[in-house]
Design a protein around this ligand. Sequence first.
Ligand SMILES: Nc1ncnc2c1ncn2[C@@H]1O[C@H](COP(=O)(O)OP(=O)(O)OP(=O)(O)O)[C@@H](O)[C@H]1O
Ligand SMILES: [Mg+2]
Length: 423
Amino acid sequence: MKNNILYGIDFGTTNSVLSIYDEQKNEIIASISVPSIIYFSAFYNPSSPISYFIGNEAIEQYIAEGMKGRFMKSIKRVLSNASFIDTRIHNLKYTAADLVTLILKDLKTKADEIVGFDCEKVIMGRPVFFDDNNTLKDQLAQKRLLQAAEQTGFTEVRFQFEPIGAAFLYERSITQKEKVLVADLGGGTTDFTFIKLDPAKSNTKDRREDIVATGGIYIGGDSFDAAFMWDRGTPYFGRGLLYESQPGKFLDVPLVFFTNICSWEKMNFYNGLKIKLDLQKYYTYSNKNEKLEKLIILTENNLGYSIFQSIEKTKIALSKAKEVNFKYEKLGIDIDEAISLETYNGIIEKDLSKIDAYLNSFLENNHINPAEIDTLFLTGGTSLVTAIQELFKNKFPHVTIKSEDNFISVANGLAYCGYLFQS
Ligand SMILES: Nc1ncnc2c1ncn2[C@@H]1O[C@H](COP(=O)(O)OP(=O)(O)OP(=O)(O)O)[C@@H](O)[C@H]1O
Ligand SMILES: [Mg+2]
């Protein structure tokens, strides 16, 4: 039994998934999914191990503790960040690999319970680029991911590009050869692979020659949420306000206060004492403007998570509706604003253009004529965004668009890549 099992892990920016593949049965026997979130409890007793929670439990505990502890999201993003050495939690230091290990361990423990033994064999997915095409950052990220896999207890580790995983999954459903463009749009990155699929080759060891081209760009659902926060959120917290710098002289409140509430990593910016004092100063200079008061409430009470939850909810609802209300109500912050699909498309327009421009250059640089694409396989949560679907339909009107479960396709496909252990 033991030698027949291998795991495929898609460690994602938003969600992480482990699929268990039984080589003998030639099928996936289970897929386990967990939001890529860690919460370190605020309560700490130096004589006991640090208490932490993963995934949905992390969210529940964070809220139950009144948002007092350390909440970490989008950890995949720090993998390529050389200046992130470690972060101190209570009295312990955690490196990027240590943080990733906590999520991988959660998945491995659950999977080992299903298979009934300690499975040490894994195919880890990785984006085509962890960061914008930078080899050093990319090597660092993969090294950290490997270290995390080893710390988790995997002794045999292979890497595969995430979109190739998705391609191999799709291959299992076709009956004829096809040239397929796979687009995997996740929380952090958008990856493309152009690949020659052939159902007769599904179990072939080495598929390198079939992979015509791979590429990716560092834009995903998180970028859309950040753009939304900037456009629709920050005006409620004082973006555009003037303050009186000298009697009669009015200046803009510095934009840095607002750029730093547009993403998770940046919210920590507000933990420093200097920035808190600065914000108080602008609050006074602006005659105690109520919008800046709300910015103080937002940052002092760690409301970042909950406001981004509302933003994501609005985005997800707009994948099925033409108009949705962006609602947020907490501690006197009260937002209820109708957002039409058209408005939303305008907010993410810059990101959409970047994806479009990247795809054009991807096709051109790899000498791919759109006419030779038989199928476009879409995967990842962000591929459900209406404007993304429109973009692909308009770009490739002749191509059939297919997809399977947007959230587990990659992990399932990775688990099918057992051939990597044979070469
Ligand atoms: N119905 C939906 N409509 C639009 N966006 C959605 C929907 N469901 C999820 N998303 C978005 O999809 C993203 C998560 O997708 P996914 O789980 O594929 O990402 P990931 O694999 O964790 O990220 P990455 O592959 O970039 O590391 C999030 O930004 C989430 O807000
Ligand atoms: Mg993904």
